[in-house]
Ligand binder design. Structure first.
Ligand SMILES: N[C@@H](CCC(=O)N[C@@H](CS)C(=O)NCC(=O)O)C(=O)O
Length: 199
């Protein structure tokens, strides 16, 4: 299986971390985002969105990091992606991440790393406020759970977790969110969890 990736990307990083946890070795090809390699005709034929990550497995071409994570975990039997009703709770948090947490993170990410000398301060304020709003929802959930969907590690932890690796460079508003801090400190100290941290 080949992953088109860039380790600068939080969405690509999640896939690497899950592959590591599953013991799956991926062939990788770095897509140079600053050089615009994601917009070459060859790459757009694989992923018309012009974004990383993209997985190619034989005739299967898959984009969207969260779908790729499910695909990798679905190759075997694993508690990360159990074949039980818990799967829907995991999916809930994966959709939530994609719609809310990751949306706020992406806006901050772009302003911080790609907007040059003139980041849009109003946009940063709005995205920071949104991030805090959704992080508070996660914090309340973690008050009763060791992990995002209960007492075991699942794909939901990898999906949601990647944002918190960027807490320092993106100045994420995490003050007082003690449950997140406890969960993230433990998780990011594990071998696969540490892959979520930008290197
Ligand atoms: N929802 C997509 C988002 C992918 C995405 O936004 N990738 C970014 C890096 S984190 C990218 O490739 N950006 C390059 C561009 O938009 O030109 C996923 O989860 O895979």
């Amino acid at each position: 299986m080949k992953l088109y990736t860039n380790l600068f990307s939080p969405n690509a990083r999640k896939v690497h971390a899950v592959a590591d946890e599953l013991g799956i070795e991926l062939e990788t090809q770095t897509v140079d985002l600053r050089a615009g390699e994601q917009r070459t005709p060859e790459y757009l034929a694989l992923n018309p969105n012009g974004k990383v990550p993209t997985l190619v497995d034989g005739d299967t071409v898959l984009w969207e990091s969260n779908a790729i994570m499910c695909y990798l975990a679905g190759k075997g039997d694993t508690d990360l992606w159990p074949k039980s009703a818990k799967r829907y709770d995991i999916l809930r948090w994966m959709f939530w991440e994609s719609n809310h947490l990751n949306n706020a993170l992406n806006r901050l990410f772009f302003q911080k790393f790609f907007a040059g000398d003139n980041p849009d301060q109003a946009l940063i304020e709005r995205a920071t406020k949104d991030f805090r709003k959704y992080a508070t929802v996660l914090d309340a959930n973690l008050a009763n759970n060791a992990y995002v969907t209960g007492d075991t590690l699942t794909l939901a932890d990898f999906t949601v977790g990647v944002s918190f690796g960027y807490a320092v460079p993106l100045e994420l508003p995490l003050e007082g969110l003690d449950n997140i801090n406890r969960w993230w400190t433990t998780f990011s100290a594990t071998k696969s969890g540490s892959i979520l941290l930008p290197g």
